[in-house]
Design a protein around this ligand. Structure first.
Ligand SMILES: [Zn+2]
Length: 298
C-alpha cells in the first residue's frame, strides 16, 4: 500500500489545527520517500506521522513563501545529523531561490554552518555519531550538482514545464498563478504506476493547472476561504477558494479533491459548511478536508 501523508494543511496564519504546507508520499516497496513543501514544523509532524527524516530522499518546493519552506533548515540539519553516512543523496527541486537558500543555510558560509562544524569536530558529538553507527571522520553536508557523486544534497532550481524522472515515478510541473513576479510558483503532478497526485501549491484557478490535473486520481488544492468573502475582501487574486478548487477539479475530471492550505476563516464551522455546500454543487467527485497527520492510502 502507498500513502499520501498530510503534514501541514494550513496557511501562514497559525491555528490550533493547521499551520503551513507539507506532504509526503510513501511508496509501496520503495524506501525513498518524497516530500512536497516543508512548512512550519514539518520535521516535527513528519516524526509524529511515524516517518523519519533520513527516509526522505526528494523534496519539491511549490514556492518560497515561509509557510511552505520555513522548516527547511530544521529538516536539513536533522536529516544530516541523524545520518550515519549511508543514506541516499537528498535531491531538492523548486523555483529559485532553492539553490541559493540551500547554500545560505548549510553551505560553507551558511547561517547554520557553525552547527555542522561543531558536530563534526567536537568529541562528544563524534561519540554520539559513532554510537549511532557512523564511521569517523564525519562528512559535512556537501552541496553538489549532478556530477558530484559524493554530495550529501543536490538542490536544483527548476521552472514550470520541467520534468523529473526517477525509476518508479515521474513528476510533471506546471505554472501556478500566485505572487509573480516576486516569487515563482510551480504546481506538481507525480505519477506512480498510472496513479497520479497533483499538488497545486498556492494559486488562483488557472488553465495550466486544469491541464496538468486532467484525469488525476487526487488533487491537493489550496483553499483560502469561500469565494464570496474573498471577492468582498479583495483576496481572490493569486489564491483559490473552495469553489475555485471545485471548479478546477470538475473541469480536470479529478477523482478525489483534497482541500488543504485551509485559511483561518474557512476553518470555522458555519463558513466551512457553507463553502463545502457551494463546492459540492460544482464538483461531482469525492471531496476531503485535509487534517494534519491524516494519511490517504492509494
Ligand atoms: Zn504562498
Amino acid at each position: 500500500m502507498s500513502y499520501l501523508y498530510i503534514l501541514g494543511a494550513g496557511t501562514p496564519t497559525p491555528t490550533s489545527e493547521r499551520f503551513g504546507s507539507s506532504y509526503v508520499i510513501e511508496l509501496d516497496n520503495n524506501n525513498s520517500k518524497i516530500m512536497f513543501d516543508c512548512g512550519p514544523a514539518a520535521t516535527d509532524k513528519l516524526v509524529k506521522a511515524g516517518l523519519w527524516p533520513t527516509d526522505i530522499d526528494y523534496l519539491f518546493f511549490t514556492h518560497h513563501h515561509f509557510d511552505h519552506d520555513i522548516d527547511y533548515p530544521c529538516f536539513l540539519l536533522c536529516r544530516w545529523d541523524q545520518s550515519i553516512g549511508e543514506e541516499n543523496i537528498l535531491k531538492v527541486f523548486g523555483p529559485p531561490p532553492t539553490e541559493k537558500l540551500t547554500n545560505d543555510l548549510i553551505g560553507e558560509n551558511g547561517a547554520f554552518a557553525h552547527d555542522w562544524r561543531a558536530r563534526i569536530n567536537a568529541k562528544p558529538s563524534q561519540y554520539v555519531y559513532v554510537n549511532r553507527g557512523g564511521t569517523l571522520p564525519r562528512m559535512p553536508p556537501t552541496i553538489g550538482d549532478d556530477e558530484m557523486l559524493n554530495s550529501w544534497i543536490i538542490p536544483k532550481d527548476i521552472k514550470s514545464g520541467d520534468l523529473i524522472k526517477e525509476a518508479d515515478w515521474v513528476v510533471e510541473t506546471a505554472h501556478a498563478e500566485h505572487v509573480q513576479p516576486y516569487l515563482d510558483s510551480i504546481a506538481y503532478k507525480i505519477t506512480i504506476n498510472n496513479f497520479s497526485i497533483v499538488f497545486t501549491g498556492d494559486t488562483q484557478p488557472c488553465q495550466s493547472i486544469v491541464t496538468l490535473a486532467k484525469d488525476a486520481d487526487i488533487m491537493v488544492c489550496m483553499c483560502w476561504d469561500d469565494q464570496e468573502s474573498m471577492n468582498k475582501m479583495n483576496e481572490s487574486t493569486g489564491q483559490c477558494s473552495a469553489e475555485g478548487a471545485a471548479k478546477m477539479a470538475e473541469e480536470a475530471n479529478v477523482k478525489k479533491l483534497v482541500l488543504s492550505h485551509m485559511g483561518k476563516r474557512i476553518s470555522t464551522h458555519g463558513i466551512l459548511e457553507n463553502a463545502l455546500g457551494n463546492a459540492a454543487k460544482i464538483y461531482s467527485g469525492e471531496m476531503i478536508i485535509a487534517e494534519e497527520l491524516m494519511k490517504i492510502s492509494f
